[in-house]
Design a protein around this ligand. Structure first.
Ligand SMILES: [Zn+2]
Length: 121
């Protein structure tokens, strides 16, 4: 192994590959961050400074310490699969219910829903 290849400290089998779609959770909020992922066990590593930056952003957005994460079950309709947005999030984001959203697939079992044209106040 050359010096650039980092071995996974968790499984000690895989190597760490750069990834820019790592989801990290802070106080119930999800952030997409850059870091490394093991190609064997899938363990994700985020550099300390990136983690600190995320905390800074969370504080600046005033979302720090306001966890908005709830478990939801998908339901099926003739039109497709339905995800109900929890009322807390609906209220906090002032959703009217007719917004256009972008849905992105991130990784194997995660997706991200963004309000289209949304801006941070
Ligand atoms: Zn590993």
């Amino acid at each position: 192994m050359d010096k650039k290849t980092k071995k996974c400290p968790v499984c000690e089998k895989g190597i760490l590959i750069a990834a820019d779609d790592i989801l990290s959770e802070l106080e119930g909020l999800i952030f997409v961050e850059k870091g490394e992922r093991c190609n064997s066990c899938g363990e994700e590593f985020i550099p300390e400074e990136t983690g600190q930056k995320t905390i800074g952003i969370a504080r600046r957005l005033n979302v720090w310490g306001h966890p908005l994460k709830l478990h939801r079950k998908l339901s099926k309709s003739t039109g497709g699969t339905i995800l109900r947005i929890p009322q807390d999030i609906e209220r906090a984001m002032d959703l009217k219910g007719d917004e256009h959203v972008l849905v992105s697939k991130i990784g194997k079992n995660k997706f991200l829903v963004e309000l289209e044209g949304a801006h941070i106040v």
